[in-house]
Design a protein around this ligand. Structure first.
Ligand code: PLP
Length: 457
């Protein structure tokens, strides 16, 4: 282990360097959280707004490969990737080298003041990688929510229409417009209104709950849209091809293509929010690829830049270019450090065969989780694609969602040194989003810890 001897808040602490050189092991040297993390959580409570929560109360000092090392020296298995962000690993060597070099050149000019190459290169890469070989343009922003807002702005400007359709269980962010787009009240919306107008919610395809085939579910949504809104008023339909926070809901086959065809026939912009599903995560470069759909506009963020804040809107040239000069942008959007990180991250996806790696991870996850399900009727469903897999936990007698069990399993896994995230409208889904740099051994050990937590819960 490499030790960095630099002055820190806690000078007695030996701080390991992050990156793949970290020992790839689960190692608990204190209870979780340990005494130093407990101390820091108190400090956090006194300084940080309590609305900013934490999934696991341990403070990080290093991370890489498939582990995260905390301030007490515990090494935890990371099955969350900071919510599908560090897919190429935390402090991936290509990203570290690129950002370090850029840091020594310049940190910021504001692209809309004085441009630089890396922004244009990221746009070119996105135009090349996203589904469809039509002429495309991209614009860069900072967060997923900001990109979602811009996608809506662009669709409204292009169509001259205002209404936007989103779906049950959708998550699109926490800013004002995106709160309106997001479905779940607690914790994302409750008390934070009023919300933006002209946002309408359509029924989602949720095979585990509705049992409908994709075309039937899409016709239901389209009928609602036509009756309650009218295509003449509708600027955009926005959907996550696999819903993230809503519970890793994979719509039935045919649902997305039917919506895409309807949107195309009605001058409605079809926007795929691939903020969580993008960049190799699902075992394709984008989740849209799997169903062969070509969105008019695609929104990306999380996995785009190895942990640096960056997001993008990519779409048909005629749609993207409809907004007037100065209508799009922002001070930090496409920051040069984030752009070179994105280029290095994209190089890693392509050169390190991470699409293939996501499929391997998916095979391990689904194989083991389905084996558990055979003997455990509390696991109602195992679903997802690639390295984006979830289990939905239910009461085996009533079939009702079991959020309490879900929280117990997550809490026990955290105590045992495995970082795992929950999600779902009903809070009863455990989601697996390991970094694609995790070893098979660590992944299997992590699943084993969750299996033990299930067995003892
Ligand atoms: C996380 C997420 C967002 C919001 O991204 P932020 O960077 O947190 O603003 C939007 N859409 C989806 C599908 C997401 O998963």
């Amino acid at each position: 282990m490499t030790i960095v001897d630099s002055p820190r808040l806690d000078s007695s602490l030996d701080i390991p360097l992050g990156g793949p050189s970290l020992p790839q092991e689960r190692r608990l040297v204190t209870a979780i959280p340990g005494p130093k993390s407990i101390e820091r959580m108190k400090r956090k409570a006194a300084a940080v707004a309590s609305g900013v929560g934490t999934t696991i109360p341990v403070f990080t000092v290093a991370a890489g490969g498939g582990v995260l090392v905390d301030v007490d020296g515990n090494s935890l298995i990371d099955l969350g990737s900071g919510i599908a962000v560090t897919s190429v690993g935390n402090s991936n060597a290509r990203v570290v080298a690129a950002v370090t070099a850029q840091l020594n050149q310049f940190t910021h000019t504001c692209f809309t003041v004085a441009p630089y190459d890396s922004y244009v290169e990221v746009a070119e890469a996105l135009n090349r990688l996203t589904p469809g070989d039509h002429d495309k343009r991209s614009a860069l922003f900072n967060s997923g929510a900001e990109a979602v807002e811009n996608a809506v702005k662009i669709a409204r400007h292009y169509t001259g229409k205002q209404a936007v359709v989103v779906f049950d269980h959708a998550y699109h962010g926490r800013t004002n417009l995106t709160m309106a787009l997001t479905a779940k009240s607690m914790p994302y919306k409750s008390g934070f209104g009023p919300f933006a107008p002209e946002v309408y919610r359509a029924p989602m395809s949720y095979p585990f709950h509705d049992g409908l085939d994709g075309v039937t579910a899409a016709k239901k949504a389209i009928s609602m849209i036509e009756k309650q809104i009218g295509a003449a008023n509708l600027a955009a339909v926005m959907i996550e091809p696999i819903q993230g926070e809503g519970g890793f809901i994979v719509p039935a086959d045919g649902f997305l293509p039917t919506l895409v065809a309807w949107a195309a026939a009605n001058n409605v912009v079809f926007i795929a929010d691939e903020v969580q599903t993008g960049f190799a995560r699902t075992g394709d470069m984008f989740a849209s690829d799997h169903e062969g759909i070509v969105p008019d506009v695609i929104v990306t963020a999380k996995g785009i830049a190895g942990g640096l804040p960056l997001s993008a809107v990519t779409g048909r040239a005629e749609i993207m270019d409809s907004a007037h000069v100065g209508g799009l942008g922002g001070t930090y959007g496409g920051n040069p450090l984030a752009c070179v990180a994105a280029l290095a991250t994209i190089e890693s996806y392509e050169q390190d065969n991470l699409v293939e790696r996501a499929r391997e991870i998916g095979a391990i996850l689904t194989g083991r989780l389905n084996a558990l399900r055979v003997n455990d009727p509390r696991i109602g469903d195992v679903r997802g694609r690639g390295a984006l897999i979830a289990i939905e936990l239910i009461d085996p007698v009533t079939g009702e969602p079991d959020a309490a069990l879900t929280n117990r399993i997550a809490a026990e896994s955290h105590k045992q040194g495995v970082i795992v995230l929950t999600c779902g409208t009903y809070g009863n889904v455990i989601r697996f989003l390991p970094p694609l740099s995790i070893t098979d051994e660590l992944l299997i050990e992590g699943i084993g810890v969750i299996a033990d937590a299930l067995a003892s819960a």
